[in-house]
Design a protein around this ligand. Structure first.
Ligand code: CTP
Length: 415
């Protein structure tokens, strides 16, 4: 969740995006685009060309991106660096939306007479351009050849949408809607490998809740983000994903089949029901080990003295899986620890008969339950411990899936 309480539309945390806005009537749509990117956690740096300044002002971009807006090549806020080179180097992606016919021509010929065109020559980052202009301009052979030339350089060019244009003409030339540009940005930043095509994967996510009475629960602060990132990443890589989720604040991913549960017992039932059909189980849920011994059907009223609650053990879902699994199934556990991370995780790897355990130290800054990032160890029975760097949860999810895919494929080949 971000501070406004809205769920981010996709996880772009850790990504630096330079958004160039050039001078067309559609420049106002770039404001919504920055809003979407900021909600996704991206670090957005906006550069306005001089003519963009005729249509929009820096203020909304500053407010939404929380970064300075660059309007002049010779504006050098930090004397220790050259702004257009520093940003060119830091960018994971450069987006130019809207892109005018004039800017397409500049980019196609390598003109560098303002911040944006100069930065464009200096960057090694992928570039996405979203042209918007009058339909006749768009169809002009010069514009077409400039677009073709940019595509030869490896630029990604979005085709303008068709419809009523601000100039009164009807046809292709409209800037695609901000959510379409955003989706394209996500695709470019997370190029989809179809390496999990057709694999049947079940992911569990979030905390379970054990009710004491209708209004009180035993639970834990797991946000579910790691599990949701795994489910989304696996689906994007072609897997058929079932997400068994405890209650979370997150938007349910439309790319997955969803089974909602509340308690550990319900989660166990759902997992065991899915077990015969799955190839890979990613047990990312933070399952409550205990539940109140008795559920009290009416709200417990306060009394003068202390309250005694008896807890009983919940089933260990992974132990039940270990009893019923087929040998060729690939079972991944997660261990959230606060000390002796490797030792405890190895104990769980063996005890729960896992093929891989993903361990993290939840007491570390940036690796905790509600963090945007994670830093994990990957431990498998016959391999050295692999330490991943601090990454966004989406990057961590993909790195975990890389490992799962590698080990699972090796097993299939060896059979
Ligand atoms: N797990 C499970 N059933 C439980 C508790 C945990 O299947 N009742 C799974 C978790 O989903 C996770 C792994 O076991 O994949 C390790 O969970 P964790 O809570 O770290 O370990 P526990 O076995 O509960 O041990 P402890 O709480 O003592 O550290």
């Amino acid at each position: 969740m971000n501070r406004a309480g809205n769920e981010a539309v996709a996880d772009l945390s850790g990504k630096t995006i330079v958004l160039g806005v050039t001078g067309g009537i559609a420049a106002y749509k770039a404001i919504s685009l920055v809003s979407l990117l900021a909600k996704s956690g991206a670090d957005v740096h906006v550069a306005l060309t001089k003519s963009a300044g005729q249509f929009v002002t820096p203020l909304p971009f500053v407010s939404l991106s929380k970064n300075e807006v660059i309007t002049d090549l010779f504006d050098e806020p930090n004397p220790r660096e050259i702004a257009h080179i520093a940003l060119a180097d830091r960018a994971d992606l450069v987006v130019i939306a809207p892109t005018t016919a004039n800017f397409l021509a500049k980019a196609a010929t390598g003109l560098a007479d303002d911040f944006l065109s100069t930065m464009l020559l200096a960057t090694h980052a992928p570039v996405l351009v979203a042209p918007a202009m009058n339909v006749n301009m768009w169809n002009h052979p010069t514009v077409r050849s400039n677009v073709a030339r940019l595509q030869q350089f490896g630029y990604h060019v979005m085709t303008p949408a068709a419809g009523n244009l601000a100039c009164g003409w009807v046809g292709e030339g409209r800037l695609p809607e901000p959510d379409e540009i955003h989706a394209q940005i996500v695709k470019l930043l997370y190029p989809v490998r179809q390496d999990l095509n057709g694999q049947r994967i079940v992911v569990t996510a979030g905390a379970t809740r054990e009710h004491l009475d209708p209004v009180r629960v035993l639970t834990n602060p797991s946000s579910g983000r790691m599990g949701y990132a795994l489910a989304q990443a696996a689906a994007a890589r072609g897997a058929e994903v079932t997400l068994i989720t405890g209650p979370t604040q997150l938007q349910l991913p439309s790319s997955c089949r969803i089974i909602r549960v509340t308690s550990a017992a319900q989660m166990e039932q759902a997992v065991l029901q899915e077990l015969p059909n799955l190839q890979i189980l990613l047990m990312a849920a933070a399952v409550s080990d205990f539940r109140p011994a008795n559920y009290i059907p009416n709200k417990v009223k306060k009394t003068e003295g202390p309250l005694q609650i008896e807890f009983v053990r919940n089933p260990d879902i992974l132990l039940s899986v270990a009893e019923q699994r087929k040998a060729q199934q690939f079972i991944v556990g997660f261990a959230a620890e606060t000390e002796h991370v490797e030792e405890y995780a190895k104990g769980k790897l063996v005890g729960k008969k896992l093929d891989l355990i993903v361990a993290n130290d939840v007491s570390q800054v940036g690796a905790g339950f509600e963090s945007d990032t994670n830093q994990v160890l990957l431990i498998s029975p016959n391999e050295q411990v692999q330490q991943l760097p601090m990454l966004s949860k989406m990057d961590t999810a993909n790195a975990i899936l890389d490992k799962v895919h590698q080990l699972f494929s090796e097993r299939t080949v060896n059979e």
